[in-house]
Design a protein around this ligand. Sequence first.
Ligand code: HEM
Length: 213
Amino acid sequence: MPVWTLKSITKQYGYPAILVLCLFPFIRLVWLGFTNALTANPIEFITRSTGTWAIVFLCCTLAVSPLRKLSNFNHLLSYRRPLGLTCFAYALLHFLTWLVLDHQLDFSEIIPDFYKRTYITIGLVAFILLIPLAVTSTNTMQKKLGRNWKKLHQLIYLIAILAPLHYWIHKAAKNNLFTVKIYVGIIGVLLAYRLFYWGKRNLELRNTQKTII
Ligand code: HEM
């Protein structure tokens, strides 16, 4: 008889659960669209919803590694790629909503928006940095890039600073920072954990070298 543990359940149902989680915000948006329930300002609603889900999936992607280390459950690592790609997909939808629905591809409006509104510039940089990560997320690219793959994917830390900064500046102008502070807190803890782990490993490495000498 199989023994049901949290790890075995995660192994068996993890992928379908992640798939539902990743698709749910998109299906919800489509449903709200079909039922005419995208509020009185649908473009603003879609921009906010896709932006929020992009940052949620960014947090989920960043959470995989610490959770794996804390639980010693290596299988969790296999969820990092779908979560990261979903973050990219919502950021792409967010960007396209702004570009196509909000500005109707009118570059006389789009270009001044880039350099006049700091939060747009920062959002765009974060989005551009996500592109190489999405493109090189396949196994083939990982093999092809070798050690450089890891270096390239460290861009996620820069994105993890720029994305909440984009959100913060946008909300600061509206004096409404409550939710942003929650995301900043979550991302801050996830980055601090890595910094702590990195420092600890370096210290251990230095101590081992000293013992060898
Ligand atoms: C990694 C990339 C990005 C992330 C994670 C992100 C996330 C967010 C979040 C969380 C919000 C606030 C949602 C709310 O008000 O509740 C937002 C707002 C916004 N973002 Fe982004 N964003 C990104 C990139 C971009 C890009 C590339 C653009 C356009 C060039 C952009 C344009 C906007 C606009 C116009 C708003 C304001 C929406 C409104 O209140 O009407 N964002 N973004």
